[in-house]
Design a protein around this ligand. Structure first.
Ligand code: BMP
Length: 279
């Protein structure tokens, strides 16, 4: 496995050029958690109850803000307050996928004004490098970071092979703004051409499709354990949704807290195994 994956989060934070990536790595180290919780619920009440419960255990809170039925601008203000209260960053999982001009508008404007509050967002590389230019024109001046979806966790995903390699090349060409990938494994060395080397590259890997109790959801999602993801595949952050808030939108606060602590502990133990921290 590559040298970056053997470094501590703190070592990597000290060297990272992008402010959002640096802040994420510092938060991971400070809170001793590489857990990101994905809060995929449709009512404000459930959304905020889950966030206030899992807040102490996460480095990054992942949202799909467009699924909130009773959305109003105050949702963003409350989310920002909770991000301060619990010391986590925000990742709106928007999965932009259009031409540069359109994604710049979707990122900056509309009902949600994502760039104004989300430290990190993501995009499908399918349109080619212009999607990065469009998003970068909005996000770079604000100190934001972008993840490219180089792979997906779903059965039959088309994001494989040459597509994944091209995604990595697009990221390498835009390292001021692209901080890494949504992917299932470390991408160091992927897509390098003959004679190319990138010794100082630190592209983060954030990985969904993580679950301890089940291997799938009957709708194409595939789950692996934190150890498989962090130790065997060299990823940096585990993203967990239903494994933490369950089937009842997180109604049982104590159960949600227990699962968040369980995934945090598993993710951190796996990281310590990977970087050989034994004390
Ligand atoms: P869950 O742990 O409940 O399966 O949720 C996974 C979350 O990660 C969802 O919000 C989904 O949109 C997202 N996701 C994924 O599952 N696989 C991917 O490849 C990319 C994703 O963003």
């Amino acid at each position: 496995m590559s040298s970056v994956s053997k470094q501590t989060y703190a070592q990597r934070a000290a060297q990272h050029p992008n402010p959002a990536a640096k802040a994420l790595l510092e938060t991971i180290e400070r809170k001793r958690t590489n857990l990101s919780v994905s809060v995929d619920v449709t009512k404000q009440e459930d959304f905020f109850r889950i966030i206030d419960t899992v807040g102490p255990y996460v480095c990054l809170l992942k949202t799909h803000v467009d699924i909130i039925e009773d959305f109003e601008p105050s949702v963003i203000e409350r989310l920002k307050e909770l991000s301060q209260k619990h010391d986590f960053l925000i990742f709106e999982d928007r999965k932009f996928a259009d031409i540069g001009n359109t994604v710049a508008l979707q990122y900056s404007a509309g009902v949600h004004k994502i760039a104004s509050w989300s430290h990190i967002t993501n995009a499908h590389p399918v349109p080619g490098p212009s999607i990065i230019s469009g998003l970068k024109s909005v996000g770079l001046p604000l100190g934001r970071g972008l993840l490219l979806l180089a792979e997906m966790s779903t059965k039959g995903s088309l994001a494989t092979g040459v597509y994944t390699e091209e995604a990595v090349r697009m990221a390498r060409a835009n390292r001021d703004f692209v901080i890494g990938f949504i992917a299932q494994r470390r991408m160091d060395g992927v897509g390098l051409r003959e004679g190319e080397s990138t010794p100082d590259e630190d592209l983060l890997i954030l990985t969904p499709g993580v679950g301890l109790d089940t291997r799938g959801d009957g709708m194409g999602q595939q789950y692996r354990t934190p150890r498989e993801v962090i130790v065997e595949s060299g990823c940096d952050v585990i993203i967990v949704g239903r494994g933490i808030y369950g089937k009842d939108n997180g109604a049982n606060v104590e159960a949600v807290r227990a699962q968040a602590e369980r995934y945090r502990a598993e993710g951190w133990k796996a990281y310590r195994e990977r970087v050989d921290i034994s004390d």
